[in-house]
Design a protein around this ligand. Structure first.
Ligand code: UT7
Length: 326
């Protein structure tokens, strides 16, 4: 047996904030934002909506599509850098609300690489025989850690959540290779701090999201294709074997650079950042959910997920898609 995703769901908050709407906070234009990022709209959680609220709704959406899916879940993980609280974990809050009582639950924080890091961990726990069926959620309320007067960051991010179930699937389906990467030397390029005084190269601490956009951009353009190629090589495959790339949705120019380097046509790349912006650890499961709902990704397709972000961190997961949808 392999290990694969057998159910997917997603949720986006109702409030839509367009590029034009951002003009009330700072000087910018739809033309600038679209040409530099590809983003047109983003969703923003309500004042009393938190990452757990969005995660719960993503799990409920998963249940609408796969009503029996939560039976036998023995671990809940929530990938988030915007947890409701330091503790209890957002995963524990979601688990309680969706009826998974007495099931272990914890959060995993790896910024925008959170979901693909989470898949690495969940896969290892199942492979080791320690757990059998894991509910893995990516849920973020980036709007709550943005400086809404910083036009270099506030334009980029949005809120949302996605949820998947990982468990044993028949061969030849399931995960074929995984990559986990990190470089702590780049920690000061993208951060939101609230406890420590400072990062080594920075003055003061800032609880709001702070970024060196140009350096993160260069890191991403280099890392996405490298991680994808590494995962393909580990599986003994090449780009020609790939049906879909589902990259973290940060910036269309980063995705286009990866497509160019990998020589991947746009039909093989899942992109929805124009509508949701960068939803950090939620972006990959939301994109997956849409690609499945529209019938783009089918059983047997070879799908590559690549996440990257603060840390610096990156990860990739290559799988042959198994679709248990009835
Ligand atoms: O998950 C990972 C998350 N992070 C990322 O993916 C970020 C990666 N980086 C980027 O996406 C890009 O670096 C940005 C979109 C953030 C910025 O694009 P850029 O092409 O690197 O622009 P820049 O920072 O070099 O700024 C160019 C100009 C500057 O003006 P001057 O100094 O040339 O006069 C900025 O002040 O554009 C100005 N600018 C803006 N103008 C209108 C910056 N933000 C805005 C804005 N509207 N929102």
């Amino acid at each position: 047996m392999g290990i694969g995703i057998t159910a997917v769901g997603a949720y986006l908050p109702e409030k839509i904030v367009s590029n034009a709407d951002l003009g009330q906070f700072f000087e910018t234009s739809d033309e600038w934002i679209v040409s530099r990022t590809g983003i047109r709209n983003r969703r923003v959680a309500g004042e009393h909506e938190y990452s757990s609220s969005l995660g719960i709704k993503a799990v409920q959406n998963l249940l609408e599509r796969y009503p029996e899916a939560l039976g036998g879940i023995d671990l809940v993980m929530c990938c988030t850098s915007t947890p409701d609280a330091r503790f209890p974990s957002t995963a524990a809050l979601i688990a309680q609300e969706v009826g998974l009582v007495k099931v272990p639950a914890f959060d995993l924080a790896a910024a925008c690489a959170g979901f693909s890091h989470g898949l690495n961990v969940a896969n290892a726990l199942i492979a080791a025989g320690q757990h059998h069926k894991i509910l893995l959620i990516g849920a973020e309320t980036m709007s709550k850690i943005l400086d809404w007067h910083d036009r270099t960051t506030a334009i980029l991010f949005g809120d949302g959540a996605g949820a998947v179930i990982l468990e044993r699937v028949p061969k030849p389906y399931g995960i074929e290779s995984l990559v986990l990467g990190g470089d702590g030397a780049g920690g000061s390029l993208l951060y939101a701090m609230d406890l420590a005084d400072r990062l080594p190269t920075l003055e003061g601490c800032n609880p709001k999201l702070t970024q060196n956009g140009r350096e993160v951009f260069k890191f991403a353009v280099r890392t996405v294709p490298e991680a994808a190629l590494q995962a393909l090589e580990k599986a003994g495959l090449t780009v020609a074997d790939l049906d879909f790339l589902v990259p973290h949705q940060a910036n269309i120019r980063i995705i286009e650079a990866a497509m160019e380097r990998l020589k991947l046509p746009s039909e093989k790349v899942v992109v929805n950042l124009d509508q949701y912006g960068n939803t950090s650890a939620a972006s990959i499961p939301i994109a997956l959910s849409e690609a499945l709902e529209t019938g783009r990704i089918q059983t047997g397709n070879r799908v590559m997920l690549v996440g990257f972000g603060g840390g610096l961190s990156w990860s990739a997961v290559l799988m042959k898609w198994y679709n248990s949808e009835k």
